[in-house]
Design a protein around this ligand. Structure first.
Ligand code: ATP
Ligand SMILES: Cc1cn([C@H]2C[C@H](O)[C@@H](COP(=O)(O)O)O2)c(=O)[nH]c1=O
Length: 210
């Protein structure tokens, strides 16, 4: 399929902290650009000037669980209005490091937010709109934590959470994938970077480029 013929898609990457998704995003962007497609690479929370300021608060300031959930969706509302929807409308593909599945996994699964409140926020901020493809990088929390520790960066408020928190986040991602099997694909993130890259590229090829 040539670049000019492909309908612009919205692809998201998800998983617990340290699962390895960031390492694979560059490969997917390179794959798509290699097909002549115009790509907008972004992330959540963040992706806009306001969203990046909200990210600083979200990653570093203690706050009530519902404040956290609403700020995630406030940043997302801005992200949709200022970047995601205009890019898709102009024919540019959007590749985002996280979207609303992260709120389901972290705030509902990890922290215990009422799922009805999550559903209300999701229906308000992006009614009827979801990514075309979501790749969830699945890994045991102890393996992900070891990878992050090896990286040596100062952990943020989420990365400092304990293993049981990440077990719940992981379980919520798997539950969410069961609810949307056509959209969400689970990647076993325990392999080598090379084997994961091959699997990711095959899925993107199958779901978005054929
Ligand atoms: N397949 C892999 N095997 C071993 N180490 C890996 C693999 N993939 C990534 N890593 C390493 O694990 C660390 C975390 O990877 P990465 O930053 O891609 O994860 P992430 O899921 O984006 O995490 P975060 O959500 O916290 O940003 C990095 O040091 C990276 O080099
Ligand atoms: C979008 C979103 C993110 N989070 C958490 C998940 C991560 O711990 C951080 C973002 O850091 P990353 O290195 O860019 O992955 O934010 C969340 O709890 N809820 C969300 O909706």
């Amino acid at each position: 399929m040539s670049g000019s013929q492909a309908q612009a898609r919205f692809i998201t990457f998800e998983g617990i902290d340290g699962a390895g998704k960031s390492s694979q995003i560059a490969a997917v962007v390179a794959l798509l650009e290699g097909r002549g497609l115009c790509i907008e690479q972004t992330r959540e929370p963040g992706g806009t000037a306001l969203g990046e300021r909200l990210r600083e608060l979200l990653l570093h300031e203690p706050m009530h669980l519902e404040t956290e959930a609403m700020l995630m969706f406030a940043a997302r509302r801005e992200h949709l209005a200022a970047r995601i929807l205009p890019a898709l409308a102009a024919g540019r593909w959007v590749v985002s490091d996280r979207f609303s599945d992260a709120t389901y996994a972290y705030q509902v699964g990890g922290r215990g937010l009422d799922p009805a409140k999550f559903a209300a926020l999701e229906a308000w901020v992006h009614p009827g709109f979801q990514p075309d493809l979501t790749l969830v990088f699945d890994l045991p929390p102890e393996v992900a934590a070891a990878r992050l520790a090896k990286g040596g960066a100062e952990p943020d408020r989420f990365e400092r959470e304990q293993r049981d928190f990440f077990e719940r986040v992981r379980a919520a991602y798997l539950e969410r994938a069961r609810m949307a099997p056509g959209r969400i694909r689970i990647i076993d993130a325990g392999g080598t970077a090379e084997s994961i890259r091959a699997e990711v590229e095959a899925i993107v090829e199958e779901c978005c480029l054929r």
